[in-house]
Design a protein around this ligand. Structure first.
Ligand SMILES: *Cc1c(COP(=O)(O)O)cnc(C)c1O
Length: 368
């Protein structure tokens, strides 16, 4: 049925690798200057990031994981301290917590959003709680404004892991505006891509200074501990140049998501609800599934060349993985949320015909 002339099978790639016509020129001119992480090129990138995201300070670092390690270091998180986070994020978010010697305390998500449930956070607070990390997955806005008020009320710093969420907005502001420290990745697969890389945004000058110190061996002053998490000038130059293309890239993602949603006519499939005042960046389109067996639907899409992050990464609550089994704390909302969604690629590498194909394949699905 699907192999009709109009809809031959396609393979939809979820690996978008942006190339821009000015990339080469950007790299060539960066080569004329220092390539180190303390070069003017990196400073200029940091200023461009701060301007783009309306943050007071930006600190460029070598990866998204580095951004988290530096954020934890800047907050003075040390061995035995507790860090609260939801278990519905990638392993990438929790490993830096373990690297700091801190104890991850898993808290449940809200029913329909990848953000911590306040009641669950409240129950998990202890004398040793030093930070909350929240992870809005796949670029969907979450009620981080309420989370920010909660964190402020109990004087616990809030880190947002926004590795998926460049350009995601809530009430007209970047999600980063709601964090004490907002961590981003610029890995090749993320909306702003420099190969490897990351950055931290903050409005707090003291925290910014501590992030700089921590990511630069404490400026080798022998008093402040630090490691080397600096970003080199070549990826910084690429990042600054590609930042100019980010809005148009996100526009194409939105167009692709809208084109697909207009055509979807399956009663058991809806977009994951978008909170009031929120705007996704469409890093991935998230579909909420209401089948008896959602995994079967995800396998069906996969067989028709439409990949899902849920399948690719075997997404489940982190305490289900051997490395995190010791930190198990049942999170029913989170488990249900992960088991009831799938991700659909909507990146600019896909054509209108690709989007039409995806809609067609989805609409033809029949529950056994
Ligand atoms: C990609 C990612 C990271 C890690 O970023 P790297 O740049 O690969 O180190 C952290 N958290 C989330 C949610 C991610 O998607």
């Amino acid at each position: 049925m699907l192999n009709s002339a109009k809809f031959p099978n396609r393979t939809i790639s979820d690996k978008y690798r942006p190339r821009y016509s000015d990339d080469l020129e950007t790299l060539a001119s960066a080569l004329e200057h220092s390539l180190s992480g303390t070069s003017e090129t990196v400073e200029s990138y940091e200023m461009a990031l701060a301007r783009y995201f309306f943050a007071k300070e930006a600190i460029a670092v070598s990866s998204g994981a580095a951004a988290l390690s530096v954020a934890l270091g800047a907050l003075g998180v040390k061995a035995g301290d507790e860090v609260l986070l939801t278990p519905t994020c990638p392993l990438c978010t929790v490993y830096p917590v373990l690297a700091a010697g801190a104890v991850p305390i898993f808290v449940d998500t809200q029913k329909n959003h990848f953000t911590a449930e306040l009641k669950s956070l409240d129950r998990a607070l202890s004398k040793r709680t030093r930070a909350i990390i929240d992870i809005p997955m796949w670029g969907y806005p979450t009620p981080v404004d309420h989370l920010q008020s909660f964190a402020r009320n109990c004087s616990i710093p809030l880190i947002l892991d926004l590795a998926h969420a460049h350009g995601t907005q809530l009430h007209g502001k970047s999600l980063s505006a709601y964090a004490d420290l907002a961590c981003f990745s610029t890995h090749e697969r993320k909306p702003l891509a420099t190969g490897e890389g990351g950055f931290i945004l903050t409005d707090d000058q003291t925290l910014a200074q501590r992030c700089r110190l921590y990511s630069r061996f404490g400026n080798l002053n022998g008093r402040d501990f630090g490691l080397n998490y600096k970003l080199g000038a070549l990826p910084a130059a690429l990042g600054q140049s590609r930042l100019k293309h980010l809005d148009s890239q996100l526009g194409i993602r939105r167009h692709n998501a809208e084109r697909l949603m207009e055509q979807l006519a399956h009663p058991q499939i809806h977009e994951l609800p978008i909170i009031d005042g929120g705007e996704p960046n469409y890093y991935f389109l998230n579909l909420k599934l209401a089948f008896e067996d959602n995994q079967r639907f995800i396998d069906y899409l996969d067989q028709h060349g439409i990949p899902s992050d849920i399948k690719r990464y075997g997404c489940r609550c982190l305490y289900e993985f051997p490395a995190l089994a010791a930190y198990r704390r049942e999170c029913l909302n989170g488990a249900e949320l992960l088991a009831s969604i799938t991700t659909i690629p909507v990146h600019p590498g896909l054509s209108d015909a690709d989007m039409d194909y995806i809609a067609h394949v989805i609409n033809l699905y029949q529950e056994a």
